[in-house]
Design a binder for this molecule. Structure first.
Ligand code: URA
Ligand code: CA
Length: 433
């Protein structure tokens, strides 16, 4: 087999065979196929696409390029959730304890944040003492005992995807549905999930800027999952404005605690119940999405979800006192209000720009080696559709730096106020089962 023939075949719009896809992924992983040929093929796929079978084959080949985590020592159906990335997306912190409280085992492998999106591990490390450096046996034991544990990414998972994603990033071929779908699904499958729930974001803060693109991506991922024997469901959710009110590590932990108490922001609560219902159904702890939602609401109102969160934090070395007293979380030295320059209605809170502003305050990493300021971030007081009076606070900047003028400028320029009434954006565009 020759790589040049495979590139030509795809360039001319034909389907690649399973053997051809395996040949490419194996050769690219072991470096017998050079970057320039891989980038030519990625571009050919970008223009010609791949059918369902090819996309599933590409996913499987990338899974097989490295280690596969074996979670068979954990009882029950392991359901993983993946979000395509958002700003102030506190869902994982809430969903873990929420679904664990109704008996769904959550064996979560998480990463750190980069750029304007945050990482779950960074957020959890805002809790004093909490750590994810646990070995595999301890991880499995914790999941069996508490139904929830979080471990840092380790091992050699999907090396083919790592190389290919980095290559696509610098050759303008990221934005291809078969390539994104296989990239995301290969990582979830290699991490050992029996079933997968996807939160595909759409809007200014997301990869997929339009609802149509997001639906197409979600449907492709659901088909891949089902094709390779991992039941998959998806939700298309809005990321035109940040989710919830908090952006920043400690601030989001507090927001998650409030949500687990039933006192969280409406949008975050609704999205968690929607995604959580899919997880509960896939784990066979309920027959319908409606009965699953009821179970989850009961776990919140009974206090069981919060109790599960406490046990989880304590088991991984964290100070559980923060749950009852969130002021024990890292606090920023300066809290600076940003006020509305005019009265009216909020028409836009640009998610990605606010993510960047939070990063500049130290809440996120500009580069892989940046040190995070766990206390830094933004706390919104208004969301799109809300009315506001001139001089009223739109949000509070939490910062350990006194000079926040540059950040303030970004915020003022990207929170728009208009005089006509504005309807709040739809949070959940579609539920795909
Ligand atoms: N996220 C991924 O993991 N892979 C992609 O290709 C795009 C987004
Ligand atoms: Ca949030």
């Amino acid at each position: 087999m020759r790589m040049v023939d495979i590139i030509e075949k795809k360039r001319d719009g034909h389907c690649l065979t399973t053997e051809e896809i395996n040949y490419f992924i194996q050769g690219y992983t072991n470096e017998t196929i050079p970057d320039y040929q891989a980038s030519a093929l990625a571009m050919a796929i970008y223009f010609q696409g791949m059918d369902e079978r090819e996309t599933a084959d590409l996913t499987t080949a990338m899974v097989k390029s490295g280690d596969e985590i074996n979670l068979s020592n954990i009882d029950g159906i392991k359901v993983d959730k993946h979000s395509t990335g958002g700003v102030g997306d506190t869902t994982t912190l809430v969903l873990g304890p929420l679904v664990a409280a109704v008996g769904v085992p959550v064996a979560k492998m998480s990463g750190r944040g980069l750029g304007h999106t945050g990482g779950t591990i960074d957020k959890l490390e805002a809790i004093d003492g909490f750590h994810v450096e646990i070995d595999n046996d301890e991880f499995m034991n914790l999941v069996n005992r508490n139904k929830l544990a979080v471990i840092g990414q380790s091992g050699n998972l999907t090396p083919a995807d790592k190389k290919l994603y980095a290559l696509r990033d610098v050759t303008a071929s990221v934005n291809s549905i078969p390539l994104i779908a296989s990239s995301i699904m290969s990582k979830k499958i290699a991490a050992g999930a029996d079933a997968i729930v996807l939160d595909v974001k759409t809007g200014s803060g997301a990869f997929m800027k339009t609802i149509e693109e997001a639906i197409a991506l979600a449907k492709t991922m659901v088909k891949i999952g089902n094709h390779v024997g991992r039941q998959t469901m998806a939700v298309i959710s809005d990321m035109s404005q940040p989710l919830g009110l908090a952006i920043g590590n400690a601030l989001e932990v507090e927001e998650a605690i409030n949500t687990l108490k039933g006192e969280g922001p409406e949008d975050l609560t609704d999205l968690c119940l929607t995604l959580g219902s899919q997880m509960v159904v896939l784990a066979k702890k309920a027959d319908t999405l409606e009965s699953a939602r009821t179970l989850l609401q009961e776990a919140i109102s009974s206090g069981k979800a919060l109790e599960t969160f406490k046990t989880f934090i304590q088991s991984q070395g964290g100070d559980v006192a923060v749950v009852d007293d969130p002021s024990l979380l890292p606090q920023a030295k300066y809290q600076i209000k940003v006020e509305a320059a005019q009265s009216g209605y909020i028409s836009e809170i640009a998610a990605e720009k606010l993510g960047t502003a939070a990063m500049m305050l130290g809440a996120g990493r500009a580069t892989k080696d940046s040190i995070i300021d766990l206390a830094a971030g933004l706390l919104l007081h208004k969301k799109v559709g809300d009315s506001v009076q001139k001089g009223e606070a739109l949000l509070t900047i939490h910062s350990n730096m006194e000079d926040v003028e540059e950040v303030k400028d970004i915020l003022i320029n990207h929170i728009k106020i208009v005089s006509e009434e504005v309807t709040a954006p739809t949070l959940i565009h579609q539920v795909i089962t």
